[in-house]
Design a protein around this ligand. Structure first.
Ligand code: 2BA
Length: 116
């Protein structure tokens, strides 16, 4: 008979985040003692790479995980230099605002959990 690791009230948080945010987010989670698995994934619509984070935790810890995801991976606006006219000799273009990041998060019940 296999010995089940404690799974009562356990959740699996599946978070799809941008590659650019994946390291800082995973690092912040690990620093708070959450166990994280990073999977290289690809969005079906854009067919661009993204990162899927798997975080198994107690139900009571889910809000803390969501807070960290919100802090390090949520969608926000950033300014970046507008280089569109550089090759035509103009350098004084106004910076442009771009949307970066974003997290798609599923919180699943864990039925059974083993470390074999
Ligand atoms: P988001 O909705 O922020 O989704 C970002 C990525 O999260 C998706 O990448 C996909 O990998 C994952 N994802 C989102 N919702 C999911 C779900 N219900 N189940 C499983 N995975 C999910 P992409 O598929 O490449 O989509 C990139 C962005 O393109 C999406 O950003 C959304 O703004 C847009 N998009 C996706 N599907 C669309 C569609 N059918 N029509 C119009 N826009 C779409």
């Amino acid at each position: 008979m296999k010995q089940e690791t404690e799974s009562v009230h356990m959740k699996l948080v599946v978070a799809i985040v941008s590659n650019d945010d994946s390291n800082t987010t995973a690092h912040a989670l690990t620093k708070k003692h959450f166990q994280v698995t990073k999977l290289a994934s690809t969005g079906g619509f854009l067919r661009a790479g993204n990162t899927t984070l798997l975080i198994g935790c107690k139900e009571a810890q889910v809000p803390q995980v969501l807070d960290i995801l919100q802090e390090y991976s949520s969608k926000r606006q950033e300014m970046m230099p507008n280089t569109a006219g550089y090759d035509m000799g103009t350098i004084a273009n106004a910076p442009i605002e771009i949307s970066v990041g974003g997290a798609t998060v599923f919180v699943l019940d864990v039925d059974q959990f083993y470390k074999l």
